[in-house]
Design a protein around this ligand. Structure first.
Ligand SMILES: [Zn+2]
Length: 238
């Protein structure tokens, strides 16, 4: 019985481990083949990539025009309320699927090679407030940063900037309210490794850019720092 199960699993490209511990696509939920990671081939092929890293005046870069001086800005994928990829982002943010965040970072990092983003000296995720970190157990942006780091061979630092103010959820807030909510929420804990460096600040989702802007203001207070920004997803404010 077991032998025939293993044989049939093998025929369908499923390993024994997959049989015992089924892995599902984080987007469509289908069973993953042995060689597939996080997303099935179909969801991987149809990822709504922005390709913004090939265009300097892209939609994400424009969000920050006149607000903060950025060297480069990009997001990996488009995201909307009705997007099939909602499950992926939800899994990364709330369901503890940190391996999905790492894999998405790695995939994005491969695409950022040979672009100005690859010239960063260090990657820093937008930090969570310590209470939120304790509650959630992990910072999804830090795992995304680790994936980018592995593909780009750029180190991650995650505690040179600290979130000192807790901010209520931003989801239902308009642009100005979001900024009021988050300004002065970040502080630099150690400026020395940041001075005169090109820093790639990363977050999971960019919507109005308020969180990135607040974190960037803290970073840009460091002498000689150049700042670029990358996020996993870009969600247009509806
Ligand atoms: Zn899928």
């Amino acid at each position: 019985m077991i032998r025939s199960l293993i044989h049939s699993a093998g025929q369908h490209g499923l390993g024994l481990l997959t049989l015992l511990y089924p892995r599902c696509c984080a987007t469509c939920g289908c069973l993953l083949m042995q060689h597939e990671k996080v997303l099935c081939l179909s969801c991987l092929a149809t990822l709504p990539r922005t390709a913004f890293h090939h265009i300097s005046d892209n939609e994400v870069a424009r969000i920050f025009w006149g607000r903060i001086p950025l060297a480069n800005a990009t997001s990996f994928i488009y995201f909307s309320k009705n997007s099939e990829y909602k499950n992926l982002l939800h899994a990364i943010k709330y369901k503890g699927q940190y391996h999905a965040a790492i894999e998405m970072g790695r995939l994005f990092g491969l695409e950022l090679r040979d672009t100005p983003f690859a010239t960063a000296d260090l990657i820093h995720p937008v930090p969570l407030h310590k209470r939120k970190l304790k509650q959630r157990g992990y910072n999804q942006s830090e795992y995304f940063a680790q994936g980018l780091s592995a593909a780009l061979n750029i180190p991650v630092h995650s505690s040179l900037v600290k979130r000192i103010a807790e901010t209520p959820t931003q989801t239902r807030k308009a642009r100005y309210e979001r900024w009021e909510n988050v300004k002065n929420a970040f502080t630099i804990t150690n400026a020395e490794p940041l001075a005169n460096k090109h820093v790639l600040l990363v977050d999971d989702v960019i919507t109005t850019g308020a969180t990135i802007e607040a974190c960037a203001e803290a970073l840009l207070s460091v002498s000689g720092l150049t700042l670029s920004v990358a996020s996993l997803a870009y969600a247009k404010l509806q």
